[in-house]
Ligand binder design. Sequence first.
Ligand SMILES: [Zn+2]
Length: 318
Amino acid sequence: MKYKLILLLAVIFTASCDQAPDVPSEENWYDVMPRASWAEYEQIDTGQDWFEVYKLTDNTYAIYEPNQWQEAISYLLLGTERAMLVDTLQGVGDLKAVTDKLTQLPIIVMNTHSHYDHVSSNYQYDTVYGLNMPYTANNAKGHTHDEIGGSMTPETIWKNLPDTFSFEFYESKAYEIDKFVADGEIIDLGGREIEVIYIPGHSPDSVILVDKQNRMMMTGDTFYPAPIYLYSDTASFQDFFMSAQIMFSNRNGIDFLLPGHNETMQSVDYLNELRAASLAIINPTTEFTQATGRRSYDFGAFSIIVKDPLDFGLRRGE
Ligand SMILES: [Zn+2]
Protein backbone atom coordinates (compact mmCIF):
# COMPACT_ATOMS: atom_id res chain seq x y z
CA MET A 1 0.00 0.00 0.00
CA LYS A 2 1.06 3.57 -0.40
CA TYR A 3 -0.02 7.13 -0.14
CA LYS A 4 -1.21 9.17 -3.07
CA LEU A 5 -0.29 12.85 -2.95
CA ILE A 6 -0.49 14.61 0.40
CA LEU A 7 -3.02 12.93 2.63
CA LEU A 8 -1.71 13.43 6.11
CA LEU A 9 -4.26 16.09 6.96
CA ALA A 10 -7.00 14.80 4.75
CA VAL A 11 -7.66 11.28 5.91
CA ILE A 12 -11.32 10.46 5.51
CA PHE A 13 -11.24 6.76 6.16
CA THR A 14 -9.32 4.48 8.46
CA ALA A 15 -9.82 0.75 8.21
CA SER A 16 -9.28 -1.76 10.97
CA CYS A 17 -6.92 -3.78 8.77
CA ASP A 18 -3.37 -2.46 9.04
CA GLN A 19 -2.89 -2.98 5.32
CA ALA A 20 -5.88 -0.97 4.16
CA PRO A 21 -4.74 2.47 3.02
CA ASP A 22 -6.44 5.76 3.59
CA VAL A 23 -8.50 6.38 0.49
CA PRO A 24 -7.86 9.54 -1.51
CA SER A 25 -9.79 12.61 -0.55
CA GLU A 26 -8.96 14.53 -3.72
CA GLU A 27 -11.89 14.74 -6.10
CA ASN A 28 -9.88 13.68 -9.15
CA TRP A 29 -6.85 11.71 -8.01
CA TYR A 30 -6.54 10.46 -11.59
CA ASP A 31 -5.75 13.95 -12.91
CA VAL A 32 -2.07 12.90 -12.76
CA MET A 33 -2.85 10.10 -15.22
CA PRO A 34 -1.53 8.89 -17.56
CA ARG A 35 1.95 9.11 -16.13
CA ALA A 36 4.31 10.06 -18.94
CA SER A 37 7.08 7.62 -18.01
CA TRP A 38 5.02 4.60 -19.12
CA ALA A 39 4.97 5.86 -22.72
CA GLU A 40 8.63 4.82 -23.05
CA TYR A 41 7.60 1.17 -23.21
CA GLU A 42 5.69 -0.90 -25.76
CA GLN A 43 2.13 -1.51 -24.59
CA ILE A 44 0.74 -5.03 -25.14
CA ASP A 45 -2.99 -5.65 -25.70
CA THR A 46 -4.05 -8.70 -23.67
CA GLY A 47 -7.79 -8.12 -24.04
CA GLN A 48 -8.11 -7.23 -20.34
CA ASP A 49 -8.84 -3.50 -20.14
CA TRP A 50 -8.52 -3.29 -16.36
CA PHE A 51 -4.75 -3.76 -16.70
CA GLU A 52 -2.15 -2.02 -18.79
CA VAL A 53 0.68 -4.34 -19.83
CA TYR A 54 4.08 -3.06 -20.89
CA LYS A 55 7.09 -4.89 -22.32
CA LEU A 56 10.05 -3.56 -20.35
CA THR A 57 12.69 -5.86 -21.88
CA ASP A 58 12.63 -8.96 -24.11
CA ASN A 59 11.84 -11.13 -21.08
CA THR A 60 10.18 -8.76 -18.59
CA TYR A 61 6.64 -7.40 -18.51
CA ALA A 62 4.99 -4.92 -16.15
CA ILE A 63 1.29 -5.44 -15.42
CA TYR A 64 -0.11 -2.17 -14.11
CA GLU A 65 -3.44 -1.14 -12.54
CA PRO A 66 -3.69 2.57 -13.43
CA ASN A 67 -7.47 2.60 -12.99
CA GLN A 68 -7.44 2.30 -9.21
CA TRP A 69 -5.81 4.92 -7.02
CA GLN A 70 -3.15 2.60 -5.64
CA GLU A 71 -1.68 2.09 -9.15
CA ALA A 72 -0.23 -1.28 -8.18
CA ILE A 73 2.30 -2.97 -10.47
CA SER A 74 3.24 -6.63 -10.84
CA TYR A 75 6.03 -8.05 -12.98
CA LEU A 76 6.25 -11.15 -15.13
CA LEU A 77 9.83 -12.39 -15.49
CA LEU A 78 10.44 -15.01 -18.18
CA GLY A 79 13.23 -17.59 -17.93
CA THR A 80 13.75 -20.41 -20.39
CA GLU A 81 11.99 -23.02 -18.23
CA ARG A 82 9.80 -21.07 -15.82
CA ALA A 83 8.32 -17.64 -15.29
CA MET A 84 8.06 -15.67 -12.06
CA LEU A 85 5.09 -13.45 -11.35
CA VAL A 86 6.20 -10.85 -8.84
CA ASP A 87 3.01 -9.83 -6.98
CA THR A 88 -0.56 -10.35 -8.12
CA LEU A 89 -2.29 -7.00 -7.53
CA GLN A 90 -5.71 -6.48 -6.00
CA GLY A 91 -7.93 -9.24 -7.33
CA VAL A 92 -10.17 -6.90 -9.34
CA GLY A 93 -9.43 -8.03 -12.91
CA ASP A 94 -8.58 -11.49 -14.26
CA LEU A 95 -4.79 -11.49 -13.89
CA LYS A 96 -4.48 -15.15 -14.94
CA ALA A 97 -6.04 -14.31 -18.31
CA VAL A 98 -3.29 -11.70 -18.78
CA THR A 99 -0.38 -13.97 -17.88
CA ASP A 100 -1.86 -16.78 -20.02
CA LYS A 101 -1.61 -14.41 -23.00
CA LEU A 102 2.00 -13.52 -22.20
CA THR A 103 3.55 -16.95 -21.55
CA GLN A 104 2.95 -20.69 -21.66
CA LEU A 105 5.76 -21.33 -19.16
CA PRO A 106 4.83 -22.64 -15.69
CA ILE A 107 4.49 -19.66 -13.35
CA ILE A 108 5.90 -19.27 -9.84
CA VAL A 109 4.23 -16.49 -7.85
CA MET A 110 6.62 -14.69 -5.50
CA ASN A 111 5.37 -11.69 -3.56
CA THR A 112 7.45 -8.70 -2.51
CA HIS A 113 5.35 -8.79 0.68
CA SER A 114 1.92 -10.05 1.68
CA HIS A 115 -0.15 -6.84 1.82
CA TYR A 116 -3.46 -7.46 0.11
CA ASP A 117 -2.76 -5.12 -2.83
CA HIS A 118 0.15 -7.40 -3.83
CA VAL A 119 -1.31 -10.88 -3.30
CA SER A 120 -5.01 -10.78 -4.11
CA SER A 121 -4.78 -12.87 -7.30
CA ASN A 122 -2.40 -15.43 -5.75
CA TYR A 123 -5.37 -17.78 -5.50
CA GLN A 124 -5.50 -18.04 -9.29
CA TYR A 125 -2.06 -19.70 -9.49
CA ASP A 126 -0.90 -23.25 -8.74
CA THR A 127 2.54 -22.41 -7.37
CA VAL A 128 3.08 -19.71 -4.76
CA TYR A 129 6.37 -19.19 -2.93
CA GLY A 130 6.55 -17.24 0.33
CA LEU A 131 8.43 -16.70 3.57
CA ASN A 132 7.88 -19.05 6.50
CA MET A 133 6.54 -16.45 8.91
CA PRO A 134 3.37 -16.15 10.99
CA TYR A 135 2.66 -12.72 9.46
CA THR A 136 2.74 -14.17 5.94
CA ALA A 137 0.67 -17.22 6.93
CA ASN A 138 -1.96 -14.99 8.49
CA ASN A 139 -2.26 -12.81 5.40
CA ALA A 140 -2.55 -15.95 3.24
CA LYS A 141 -5.90 -16.57 4.95
CA GLY A 142 -7.23 -13.60 2.98
CA HIS A 143 -9.06 -10.45 4.04
CA THR A 144 -12.78 -9.93 4.38
CA HIS A 145 -14.87 -7.20 2.82
CA ASP A 146 -15.12 -5.58 6.25
CA GLU A 147 -11.32 -5.34 6.44
CA ILE A 148 -10.51 -3.98 2.98
CA GLY A 149 -13.79 -3.05 1.25
CA GLY A 150 -13.32 0.61 2.19
CA SER A 151 -10.31 0.86 -0.10
CA MET A 152 -12.23 -0.29 -3.19
CA THR A 153 -15.08 2.17 -3.77
CA PRO A 154 -16.34 4.16 -6.77
CA GLU A 155 -14.19 7.08 -5.54
CA THR A 156 -11.01 4.99 -5.87
CA ILE A 157 -11.72 3.85 -9.43
CA TRP A 158 -10.99 5.86 -12.55
CA LYS A 159 -12.28 3.68 -15.42
CA ASN A 160 -12.52 0.24 -17.05
CA LEU A 161 -13.88 -1.61 -14.02
CA PRO A 162 -14.65 -5.20 -15.14
CA ASP A 163 -18.38 -5.99 -15.49
CA THR A 164 -17.93 -8.99 -13.21
CA PHE A 165 -16.67 -6.85 -10.32
CA SER A 166 -18.87 -6.03 -7.32
CA PHE A 167 -17.90 -3.41 -4.75
CA GLU A 168 -20.29 -5.04 -2.30
CA PHE A 169 -18.45 -8.36 -2.30
CA TYR A 170 -14.86 -7.19 -2.77
CA GLU A 171 -12.45 -9.20 -0.61
CA SER A 172 -8.97 -10.73 -0.82
CA LYS A 173 -9.18 -14.48 -1.29
CA ALA A 174 -7.14 -17.01 0.68
CA TYR A 175 -4.25 -18.84 -0.98
CA GLU A 176 -1.80 -21.62 -0.21
CA ILE A 177 1.96 -21.17 0.06
CA ASP A 178 3.46 -24.16 -1.74
CA LYS A 179 7.14 -23.61 -0.98
CA PHE A 180 8.97 -21.61 1.65
CA VAL A 181 11.94 -19.53 0.54
CA ALA A 182 14.65 -18.09 2.77
CA ASP A 183 16.75 -14.95 2.81
CA GLY A 184 19.51 -15.33 0.23
CA GLU A 185 17.78 -18.11 -1.70
CA ILE A 186 18.13 -18.13 -5.48
CA ILE A 187 15.17 -19.11 -7.63
CA ASP A 188 16.31 -20.43 -11.02
CA LEU A 189 13.91 -19.71 -13.89
CA GLY A 190 16.26 -21.26 -16.48
CA GLY A 191 18.96 -18.85 -17.66
CA ARG A 192 17.67 -16.30 -15.17
CA GLU A 193 18.38 -16.40 -11.45
CA ILE A 194 16.35 -14.34 -9.00
CA GLU A 195 17.79 -13.78 -5.53
CA VAL A 196 15.45 -13.26 -2.58
CA ILE A 197 16.81 -10.78 -0.02
CA TYR A 198 14.95 -10.09 3.21
CA ILE A 199 14.36 -6.37 3.87
CA PRO A 200 11.68 -5.97 6.58
CA GLY A 201 10.38 -2.55 7.52
CA HIS A 202 7.36 -1.63 5.38
CA SER A 203 6.01 -5.01 6.43
CA PRO A 204 7.55 -7.83 8.50
CA ASP A 205 7.83 -10.01 5.37
CA SER A 206 9.19 -7.60 2.74
CA VAL A 207 11.82 -8.84 0.30
CA ILE A 208 13.62 -7.46 -2.70
CA LEU A 209 14.06 -9.69 -5.72
CA VAL A 210 17.38 -9.18 -7.44
CA ASP A 211 17.98 -10.14 -11.08
CA LYS A 212 21.66 -9.46 -11.75
CA GLN A 213 21.56 -10.90 -15.29
CA ASN A 214 18.99 -8.28 -16.26
CA ARG A 215 20.39 -5.62 -13.92
CA MET A 216 17.10 -5.05 -12.11
CA MET A 217 15.78 -5.11 -8.54
CA MET A 218 12.09 -5.49 -7.65
CA THR A 219 11.54 -3.24 -4.61
CA GLY A 220 7.85 -3.73 -3.75
CA ASP A 221 6.69 -1.00 -1.37
CA THR A 222 10.08 -0.43 0.23
CA PHE A 223 10.94 1.99 -2.55
CA TYR A 224 8.77 3.80 -5.08
CA PRO A 225 8.85 7.46 -6.15
CA ALA A 226 6.02 8.62 -3.88
CA PRO A 227 5.28 8.75 -0.15
CA ILE A 228 6.51 5.49 1.42
CA TYR A 229 4.51 4.01 4.34
CA LEU A 230 6.35 3.02 7.49
CA TYR A 231 3.69 3.84 10.06
CA SER A 232 1.26 0.92 10.15
CA ASP A 233 1.07 -1.22 13.30
CA THR A 234 3.24 -3.89 11.73
CA ALA A 235 5.75 -1.55 10.05
CA SER A 236 9.11 -0.87 11.66
CA PHE A 237 11.38 2.05 10.95
CA GLN A 238 14.14 0.31 12.88
CA ASP A 239 13.93 -2.64 10.49
CA PHE A 240 13.65 -0.31 7.49
CA PHE A 241 16.82 1.50 8.58
CA MET A 242 18.81 -1.74 8.31
CA SER A 243 17.02 -2.74 5.11
CA ALA A 244 17.94 0.55 3.41
CA GLN A 245 21.61 -0.31 4.05
CA ILE A 246 21.10 -3.86 2.73
CA MET A 247 19.45 -2.55 -0.45
CA PHE A 248 22.29 -0.06 -0.95
CA SER A 249 24.87 -2.82 -0.52
CA ASN A 250 23.16 -4.81 -3.28
CA ARG A 251 23.20 -1.97 -5.83
CA ASN A 252 26.30 -3.09 -7.76
CA GLY A 253 25.36 -4.61 -11.09
CA ILE A 254 21.88 -3.09 -10.95
CA ASP A 255 20.64 -0.34 -13.25
CA PHE A 256 16.92 -0.24 -12.54
CA LEU A 257 14.53 -0.48 -9.60
CA LEU A 258 11.11 -1.96 -10.37
CA PRO A 259 8.71 -0.68 -7.67
CA GLY A 260 5.29 -1.96 -6.66
CA HIS A 261 3.34 1.23 -7.41
CA ASN A 262 3.00 4.17 -9.80
CA GLU A 263 6.05 4.05 -12.08
CA THR A 264 8.60 1.47 -13.16
CA MET A 265 12.26 1.27 -14.21
CA GLN A 266 13.53 3.84 -11.73
CA SER A 267 17.20 4.73 -11.44
CA VAL A 268 19.31 2.63 -9.07
CA ASP A 269 20.66 5.95 -7.76
CA TYR A 270 17.54 6.09 -5.59
CA LEU A 271 19.14 3.45 -3.34
CA ASN A 272 21.77 6.01 -2.39
CA GLU A 273 19.02 8.53 -1.66
CA LEU A 274 17.03 5.99 0.34
CA ARG A 275 20.08 5.22 2.47
CA ALA A 276 20.72 8.93 3.00
CA ALA A 277 17.05 9.38 3.91
CA SER A 278 17.25 6.62 6.53
CA LEU A 279 20.22 8.40 8.10
CA ALA A 280 18.49 11.78 7.95
CA ILE A 281 15.45 10.43 9.80
CA ILE A 282 17.50 9.33 12.80
CA ASN A 283 19.10 12.78 12.95
CA PRO A 284 16.92 14.77 15.39
CA THR A 285 17.67 18.04 13.61
CA THR A 286 16.01 16.91 10.35
CA GLU A 287 12.72 18.70 9.72
CA PHE A 288 9.47 16.82 9.25
CA THR A 289 5.76 17.47 8.92
CA GLN A 290 3.79 16.47 11.98
CA ALA A 291 0.44 14.68 11.94
CA THR A 292 -1.33 12.74 14.67
CA GLY A 293 0.86 9.76 15.47
CA ARG A 294 2.90 10.24 12.30
CA ARG A 295 5.80 12.19 10.87
CA SER A 296 6.41 12.79 7.17
CA TYR A 297 9.95 13.41 5.93
CA ASP A 298 10.20 14.95 2.46
CA PHE A 299 13.08 13.92 0.22
CA GLY A 300 11.92 15.38 -3.09
CA ALA A 301 10.86 12.57 -5.45
CA PHE A 302 9.80 10.48 -2.46
CA SER A 303 8.90 10.99 1.18
CA ILE A 304 8.85 8.63 4.14
CA ILE A 305 6.02 8.53 6.67
CA VAL A 306 6.98 7.04 10.04
CA LYS A 307 5.41 6.71 13.46
CA ASP A 308 5.61 9.52 16.00
CA PRO A 309 7.47 8.99 18.24
CA LEU A 310 9.97 7.38 15.91
CA ASP A 311 10.36 3.64 16.49
CA PHE A 312 14.15 3.56 16.56
CA GLY A 313 16.17 2.36 19.52
CA LEU A 314 19.45 4.14 18.87
CA ARG A 315 18.35 7.72 18.34
CA ARG A 316 21.35 9.97 18.33
CA GLY A 317 21.37 13.09 20.44
CA GLU A 318 18.45 12.17 22.67
ZN1 LIG B 1 2.57 -2.75 1.18
